[in-house]
Design a protein around this ligand. Structure first.
Ligand code: ZN
Length: 204
């Protein structure tokens, strides 16, 4: 099991358009397994290859039920799917607005409006064509991850009036408080973190 380093906003790979996977090699299968390990370790509901520094069109997702709560995902043996070169082939006109977060923008949350249901075409790790239909939370996870392949993060689509940092706070009943923020502040904070990370890596 390998847990890979998650790239944060501010690192160029998250803003690049990822390349299609040309051939499913052992290296691609290993990357997929490492991405699954990383997603489950965090834990997250999905992960796209650019989030671990690979500019490739591949995503891994947890299979979640339509009305599942994001907090309610601590299953013993989660079911996962790997989608190579995924493409959205259908999405509903009906939308749902819900709070969303991302491993590449830790502690930030904001409301994003997305289609209620979606159909995605991809190939699996054996190179076989597959189709996946998602409703509710599953549709949201698929669309969020596929957005990453085009350099888009949820911050670009979130209603700016709903952006908050979830800050641990023992004085609050929930154990955290919500600090409202702005796109500019979020961008500046992650660019600062990315600069610090680069400086640290240069030292090593
Ligand atoms: Zn994300």
């Amino acid at each position: 099991m390998s847990v890979l380093r998650i790239r944060y906003l501010g690192e160029p790979v998250l803003r690049a358009r990822a390349e299609p996977v040309a051939e499913i090699t052992d290296e691609i299968r290993r990357l997929a397994q490492d991405m699954v390990d990383t997603m489950l370790d965090e834990p997250g509901l999905g992960l796209a290859a650019p989030q671990v520094g690979e500019s490739l069109r591949m995503v891994v997702v947890r299979i979640v039920s339509e009305n599942q709560d994001e907090e309610d995902t601590e299953e013993e043996k989660p079911t996962v799917a790997v989608l190579v070169n995924p493409e959205v082939i259908e999405s509903s006109e009906e939308t749902i607005t819900r709070r969303e977060g991302c491993l590449s923008l830790p502690t930030l949350w904001g409301e994003v409006t997305r289609p209620k249901s979606v159909a995605v075409r991809a190939v699996d790790l054996m190179g076989r064509p597959m189709e996946m239909h998602g409703e509710g939370l599953m549709a949201r996870v698929l669309l969020h991850e596929i957005d990453h392949l085009d350099g888009t993060v949820f911050l670009d689509k979130a209603n700016p009036d709903t952006l908050v940092w979830l800050v641990p706070d023992e004085d609050q009943e929930e154990g955290y408080r919500e600090d409202p923020t702005t796109v500019e502040e979020v961008t500046a904070r992650f660019e600062h973190i990315a600069r610090r990370r680069r400086a640290k890596e240069a030292e090593l």
